[in-house]
Design a binder for this molecule. Structure first.
Ligand code: FAD
Ligand code: NAI
Length: 471
């Protein structure tokens, strides 16, 4: 083993949390090293998460639209064929260019990138098992744990990433299955259900709760989204629990049980996607060598400045508290370095947007109606349907609505919930409004360009205190 110079900051994990912290630390003039074992930077998000899934979502939407949504636009197309191999290649090309781009950014900002697996020897020394063989030891004044998360396994179903897959297998299937069952109607479940259903699979989503979309989605918006996805051909079994699975036959058999004493039945499918959430990943990190404990869900325990109980060891991203989202990890990557370098940083956890990239997209920020109800917080509602928005009508893409929740006394924005075309871009406007403490009248009195989808957002805000103009 070789020992190199002491670093100001050692980062374990080169996902969004880790690579952003590395860039920021480089910009702050710190001597920084980022250890990543995967062989490429960008973590789950760039390699097997956000980016590849969005490539498949975008291109499967195009394919589906060409197949089913051209005639009424006056466009006649000939034979349309899917070349799944090239479809996957397009995804890989995007992923490769982005992960290489991140590597370039680390270099540009003077951050060292070490390919290997890092583990704690003690509170200041990290052993790196290098991917190319051998090991080295680095000393750090500060150490940042950013080791991310992994798919939560379903007890009794062994994942082979071919027939029983997590999202990692689901973004790389070699053929379109005839049938697919998705366990868990959260964001991963619905994005992947959309991709494979558009490509021709018969998809059934089994969800334990009474609504789709995972935690946080406003119930009214979730119902509207489910209705649209059902129209697209996805079948839903809500309030239903998968009890067990059997992979011994040609098809994977799942035994399912309606959650409240309904009839048990079984579903056979070619591929089963397990999408019941993700869990923090700390395997092999040697936390026992420094006496760091995890909470009951496996998360590294930190304070409001990302410090573990050993103050110079901090932790951010999926492996600790908060929503498992790339942009949350990114904000924390900047803030944690600011805490180390300057003593202060900032992330507003009440103002982190969520987007589900189905078609139409679902996006939200702030509190949902059920959140407000459960806390007895008074609110007023303004809604506006995309069927009354001129741009959505022109685009022949007008399913969905905008829903604004505001304080009845002060008119301050409390939450914005959108299901509709371009929701994922529109939510940036809501997030900015929430961050700056805007009232719904501030939004409604802001001039919005015509004809744009964003006018639906303005009119929903208007509907909280006056009548919408176009509905
Ligand atoms: P990760 O990205 O998991 O990175 C951690 C890295 O640490 C990994 O690369 C791992 O190899 C490395 N590592 C672990 N242990 C060690 C060790 N001991 N030594 C060296 N390296 C180590 N979020 C969004 O905001 N938008 C989306 O559209 C979105 N889509 C997603 C789609 C899918 C299919 C999935 C699975 C996730 C998606 N997410 C999305 C979530 C997003 O990917 C995560 O929130 C984000 O990647 C978290 O970043 P992170 O850096 O904390 O962890
Ligand atoms: P999730 O927590 O969003 O959804 C899991 C769903 O599975 C829940 O609705 C839950 O009720 C259900 N479930 C759990 N056990 C079940 C069982 N036995 N039977 C049936 N249903 C069951 O988790 P998901 O979708 O796996 O995503 C993991 C993380 O990745 C999320 O935190 C999400 O934020 C992130 N992600 C974000 C994306 C985005 O921002 N667009 C895209 C994909 C993932």
């Amino acid at each position: 083993a070789s020992t190199s110079e002491e670093k100001d900051l050692i980062i374990i994990g080169g996902g969004v949390a880790g690579y952003i912290a590395a860039i920021k630390a480089g910009q702050e003039g710190m001597k920084v090293a980022c250890i990543e074992k995967r062989g490429t930077l960008g973590g789950t998000c760039l390699n097997v998460g956000c980016i590849p899934s969005k490539s498949l979502l975008n291109n499967s939407h195009l394919y589906h639209q060409i197949l089913h949504d051209t005639k009424n636009r006056g466009i006649e197309v000939g034979e349309v064929k899917l070349n799944l191999q090239n479809f996957m290649k397009a995804k890989d090309t995007s992923v490769n260019s982005l992960t290489k781009g991140v590597e370039f950014l680390l270099k540009k900002n003077g951050a060292e990138y070490i390919k290997g697996t890092g583990s704690f020897i003690n509170e200041n020394e990290i052993k790196v098992d290098l991917n190319d063989g051998g090991e080295s030891v680095i000393r750090g004044k500060n150490i940042l744990i950013a080791t991310g998360s992994e798919a939560t396994p379903f007890p009794g179903l062994t994942v082979d990433e071919k027939r029983v897959v997590t999202s990692t297998g689901a973004i790389a299937l070699e053929k379109v299955p005839e049938t697919m069952t998705v366990i868990g109607g959260g964001i991963i479940g619905l994005e992947m259900a959309s991709v494979w259903s558009r490509l021709g699979a018969k998809v059934t989503v089994v969800e334990f709760l009474g609504q789709i979309g995972g935690p946080g989605m406003d119930t009214e918006i979730s119902k509207a989204s489910q209705k649209i996805l059902k129209k697209q051909g996805i079948e839903f079994k809500l309030n239903t629990k998968v009890v067990s699975g059997d992979t011994s036959g040609d098809l994977v058999k799942l035994e399912i049980d309606a959650a409240k004493g309904g009839k048990p039945e079984s579903i056979d499918s070619e591929v089963v996607l397990v999408a019941i959430g993700r869990r923090p990943y700390t395997q092999g990190l040697g936390l026992e060598n420094i006496g760091l404990e995890l909470d009951e869900r496996g998360r590294v325990i930190i304070d409001s400045e990302y410090r573990t109980k050993i103050p110079h060891i901090r932790c951010i991203g999926d492996v600790t508290f908060g929503p498992m989202l790339a942009h949350k990890a990114e904000e924390e990557g900047v803030a944690v370095v600011e805490y180390i370098a300057k003593g202060h940083g900032h992330v507003n956890y009440g103002c982190i947007p969520s987007v589900m990239y189905t078609h139409p997209e679902v996006a939200w920020v702030g509190q949902s109606e059920q959140d407000l109800k459960s806390q007895n917080i008074p609110y007023k509602i303004g809604t506006f349907p995309f069927s009354a928005n001129s741009r959505a009508k022109t685009n022949l893409d007008s399913d969905g609505l905008v829903k604004i929740l505001a304080d009845p006394e002060t008119d301050r924005l409390l939450g914005a919930h959108i299901v509709g075309p371009g929701a994922g871009e529109m939510i940036a406007e809501a997030t900015l409004a929430l961050e700056y403490g805007a009232s719904s009248e501030d939004i409604a009195r802001t001039c919005h360009a015509h004809p744009t989808l964003a006018e639906a957002f303005k009119e929903a805000a208007m509907a909280t205190y006056a009548k919408a103009l176009h509905f």
